[in-house]
Design a protein around this ligand. Structure first.
Ligand code: EPU
Length: 355
C-alpha cells in the first residue's frame, strides 16, 4: 500500500465515500482562474479531473491527476416579469438549496427535483431527472469552458443535446467545465403530479394545511418525503443515487419479455419502437435486492442504488465487482444489459493527448 501522507483525501468529496487520494486539488473561485488554470495545465500537459459535488463520480484509489473543483458561487436574475424569472446560477451552488430557495420565492419548475445531491454545474451533465421532470425542461442556457481549445461558450438548450441521463457534456466527457446554468422559472404555480405517489402525498399535505389545491411547495415536500423513505442518506449510507440507468429496449424485445414476465414494470416512450424498463424491478426480480459482494450492496429499499458499507475503505474495484455481478445476473435472467449511470474516473484522469 502506498504512503498517502501528503496526498489529498477525496473520501468526503465523493458521496460513495470511496477511498481515493490525489496529489493536488485546485478550487476555482472566479472565471479568470478557470482560464489561467487550464492554460497552465495545458502548458504542462498535466492530467486533470473535474470534481463537483462528487455525487455521480466513481473515483479510483489513487489519482495521478490534478482535481479541479468549480467552487463558483452566486446567482443573478437576468430577466423578470409577472410570469417568468430567468435566473443564472453559478456552478458551485448546492442543488437542493437552490430548489428550496427558488420554490420558496415563488419561482417554480425545480420542485420535482428536490433532494437530488450535487452542485448546480453538474445538473446538465447527466440531465438530472425525477418524478416526471428532467432539468432540461427548465434550462435555457449553459455557460461552459471548452478545455481542449481554452475557449468560452454559451450553449443554448439544443446545443446541450439532452437525452435521458445524457448530454453533450457526457459524450464529450472531460472536455467541458460548466461554470453557470440559466434556468427559466415560472411564477404561475402549475404543478406536475403525474406520479401517483407524489399526487397522493402532496394532496395529504395540502389537506393538512387546510387547502383544496396542491401548491409547488406541497410537491417539493412530498418529493422530499418520498425520496427520504426510499433512498439512503449519503451521509449515513454512502451511495450515488441510481447506480444504473433504467434500460431502454426495442418494442420487439419487450414483447418477448412481457410474455415471460407479465408483471414487468415498463414505461412507454415518445418513440413507439422503444420501451423503458424499471431497472430496480429487474434487479429485485433477479433476487438481488439488498444483495452484493462485500462491502457494496444494492439498497434494501431501492435495488437500483448501490451502497458502500465500508466508507473510506471500499474502492473502485469493489464497485466494479458488485456492478459486474448484477449486470451478469440481470443479463442471464432477462437478456437485458444494465448500464451504469455515474462517471467512471480512470487513474490518469483526462489527458491532453485525448483532446
Ligand atoms: N422497483 C422495484 N424494486 C426496486 C426499485 C424499484 O420493483 O428495488 C419498481 C418500483 O416499484 C417502481 C419502479 O420500479 O414501480 C420505478 O421505481 P422508482 O419510482 O423508485 O424509480 P426508478 O425508476 O427506480 C428513477 C430515477 C430516479 C428518480 C425516480 C423518480 C433513473 C436511473 N432513476 O428511478 O433518479 O428519483 O425515477 O422519478 O432514472 C437518480 O438518478 O439518481 C435517481 C434517484
Amino acid at each position: 500500500m502506498s504512503d498517502n501522507t501528503n496526498m489529498i483525501n477525496l473520501c468526503e468529496l465523493n458521496t460513495m465515500a470511496l477511498q481515493s487520494f490525489a496529489k493536488e486539488r485546485i478550487c476555482l473561485t472566479n472565471l479568470d482562474e478557470v482560464l489561467s488554470t487550464f492554460t497552465h495545465l495545458k502548458e504542462k500537459q498535466q492530467k486533470f479531473i473535474i470534481l463537483s459535488g462528487g455525487s455521480n463520480t466513481i473515483l479510483p484509489p489513487e489519482l495521478n491527476a490534478c482535481v479541479i473543483s468549480p467552487t463558483l458561487f452566486g446567482q443573478k436574475i437576468l430577466y423578470e416579469d409577472d410570469n417568468l424569472v430567468t435566473l443564472e446560477v453559478m456552478a458551485g451552488e448546492n442543488w437542493h438549496e437552490l430548489v428550496i430557495d427558488t420554490v420558496t420565492k415563488g419561482w417554480y419548475g425545480l420542485e420535482n427535483l428536490a433532494l437530488i445531491p450535487g452542485w448546480v454545474g453538474a445538473c446538465p451533465v447527466q440531465n438530472i431527472g425525477a418524478y416526471g421532470v428532467q432539468v432540461e425542461d427548465v434550462i435555457l442556457q449553459v455557460t461552459a469552458f471548452h478545455i481542449p481549445t481554452l475557449t468560452w461558450h454559451l450553449l443554448c438548450k439544443q446545443d446541450c443535446q439532452f437525452g435521458y441521463r445524457d448530454s453533450l457534456f457526457k459524450h464529450e466527457e472531460g472536455e467541458w467545465l460548466i461554470t453557470s446554468v440559466v434556468f427559466q422559472l415560472k411564477k404561475n404555480p402549475v404543478v406536475n403530479v403525474k406520479y401517483a405517489d407524489v399526487a397522493s402525498v402532496a394532496q395529504q399535505l395540502a389537506k393538512q394545511a387546510g387547502r383544496n389545491t396542491i401548491t409547488p411547495i406541497d410537491v417539493m415536500q412530498a418529493i422530499i418525503q418520498i425520496r427520504q423513505s426510499k433512498l439512503p442518506d449519503t451521509k449515513e449510507l454512502p451511495n450515488c443515487g441510481s447506480f444504473f440507468k433504467n434500460p431502454v429496449i426495442s418494442r420487439a424485445k419487450f414483447d418477448e419479455l412481457l410474455e415471460k414476465f407479465p408483471n414487468i414494470i415498463y414505461y412507454n416512450l415518445p418513440d413507439p419502437n422503444m420501451v423503458k424498463l424499471a431497472g430496480g424491478w429487474l434487479i429485485e426480480q433477479a433476487g438481488l435486492k439488498g444483495k452484493g459482494i462485500e462491502p457494496i450492496f444494492t439498497h434494501s429499499k431501492q435495488a437500483l442504488v448501490l451502497t458502500n458499507h465500508r466508507p473510506c475503505q471500499a474502492s473502485q474495484a469493489d464497485i466494479q465487482r458488485t456492478m459486474q455481478w448484477i449486470i451478469s445476473q440481470v443479463q442471464e435472467k432477462f437478456s437485458v444489459t444494465l448500464e451504469p449511470e455515474p462517471v467512471w474516473i480512470e487513474k490518469d484522469g483526462y489527458t491532453w493527448q485525448n483532446h
